[in-house]
Every structure is written in structure tokens, then in C-alpha cells.
Design a protein around this ligand. Sequence first.
Ligand SMILES: [Fe+2]
Ligand SMILES: [Fe+2]
Length: 325
Amino acid sequence: MAGVEKPELVTAADEAALEVAFQARVDAETRIEPRDWMPEKYRKFMVRQISQHAHSEYVGMLPEGNWITRAPTLRRKAALLAKIQDEAGHAAYLYSAAETLGTSRDQMLEDLHSGKAKYSSIFNYPTLTWADIGTIGWLVDGAAIVNQVALCRTSYGPYARAMVRICKEESFHQRQGFEIITTLAHGAPEQKAMAQDALNRWWWPALMMFGPHDADSPNSEIAFKWKVKRQSNDDLRQRFVDMTVPQADYLGLTVPDPDLKWNGETGQYDFGAIDWEEFWRVVKGDGLCNRDRLDARRSAHEDGAWVREAALAHAAKKRATKSAA
Ligand SMILES: [Fe+2]
Ligand SMILES: [Fe+2]
């Protein structure tokens, strides 16, 4: 099916017809591309979602960056560096995808630095020990994969294509984390205790990564209609729990949830109630590291100003040489 192109003058009747054609494309599983007509609400929704996702990749480098100089071996350090660089790449693909919707990277970064834009709250928790690095790869990248595999079929073309590539790299991240935590869990009693302590601190925030219950998620309905989202927050969270609990069992670690138990009838794990008050508190800026993360982002941006200026000056010089030739 060809794209729906924007006519010169759009009346209200045209607009309604365009919206019907747009929804028909979405329903037929045809990807929406940057030049296609789209409802303004869809454009705004996608800018919000993709830029929040990009910011999460970007800020997500900070808790792990904290441990590059303290990685226990050269091999661990090389893997951690590669993983953090991948996250910068994920942010770059996603900022580019959002730019195809008519926003600019400068605007998105301004919104991040002013605190207007959100990013995943998981990155507002501190990384206290080396076991946290293993746990982040295992649980945080593991949860990201569950969320992001679903996004590979999202309706906006540039976002869906970026996600295919990102998911491949996330698998490596999850495995490097699981390898770190396996070594610790099978190591000395002190190492195992460190792994358990990290699991105790990261388990619940990892479950919160899937977002509020569907009934409390105001954007869910429209996200389903536009096929931005295909599975509910609760379904994805359940999948993550069912996937991760056997891994904890294999490691000999205990998931910090006294209500967790296998349910033979549903073929799934039942689990305890999430502390949504904590979730909203961190979302609203009162987590342990919210201020640190934003300060680090702002100063990295200011410190990098000379690089951006130099790159722009170089590009202008090249253009001038080209037009003079
Ligand atoms: Fe990532
Ligand atoms: Fe990752």
C-alpha cells in the first residue's frame, strides 16, 4: 500500500478521511514512515516515547560508567566498556529516529537537562558493588529485552528498525551480566553474599521497569490502537518473572519476594505486590540518584561543547571549500 501523502490544504473532512486511511494502514500492519501523513497526536506520542527511550539509553550509561575503572579484570573491563558504548549507540539510533518526526536533538537534550523529559527510573538507583554491574546486565538488560522485542514490530518504521538492531546488542549485555553474577554466585561466600545483596536491591525496581498496571496506565489504550504497543505492561512483567526466577534458582540465589510461588494452574509464577509509591516517588525526581544523574548529564554536555563547536566549524569549512570549487 502506498503512503498517505499530505494534501496542500487540509480541511476538517480531509483530516478525518486521512485519519481513517492512517488507521487502516496501521491495522494492515503497514509501517508508518516519516513522509507519511500521521495524526498530530501520533507524532507527539512517538516523539515522547522514542525520546524517553533514547534518554534512558543515554542516562543508563552512568550507573555502569561508575565501575569502568574498578572492573576486577581486563576482560571484564573490555566487556563493560563495549556494553556502555553500545548504549551510547542505542541512544544515537533512537535520537535519529525521533528526529525523523520533526524534533531536533538539541531540543530533546534540552528537555532532558531541564528535567522536563523523563527516562527510565531504574537508572536512579546506585551501583554500590561490582555485583550490581552483573545484576544490571542480568535483570535490567533482561527486562529491556522483553520490552524491546515487542517494540521490533511497533508501527513507526524508523523506531521498529532501530529496535531490531538494539535487541541483538541487548542479548550480549544480558549475557555479560549473567556471566558476572554466575561467577560471583558460585564463588566465595562473600561473593555469593554480594550477589544476593545486589539481587535484593534490584529485583523490585526491575519489575517496575514494565510500568504501572494496565488499569493505571493512561496511554495504554491509544498505544494499542496505534500498534505502538502489542502486549500489556502486566503481560510483559509476567513473562520476565517466568523467565528470570529459574535463572535465580540455577544461581542458588533467592528472589526477595516471600509471595513468589509457582502456580500449577496458570503455568506461571505468582508474585507479590509492587510498591507503586516508591515507583512514583522516583519518577517524580526523589530517587537516590536523580539529582546526580542529571548533574552528570548536564556537565558532560557542557564539557563537550567545544567538540560540537569544532565539528560544526569543520563542517562549515568543508561546505565553503566545496562551494568555492
Ligand atoms: Fe540499550
Ligand atoms: Fe543494554
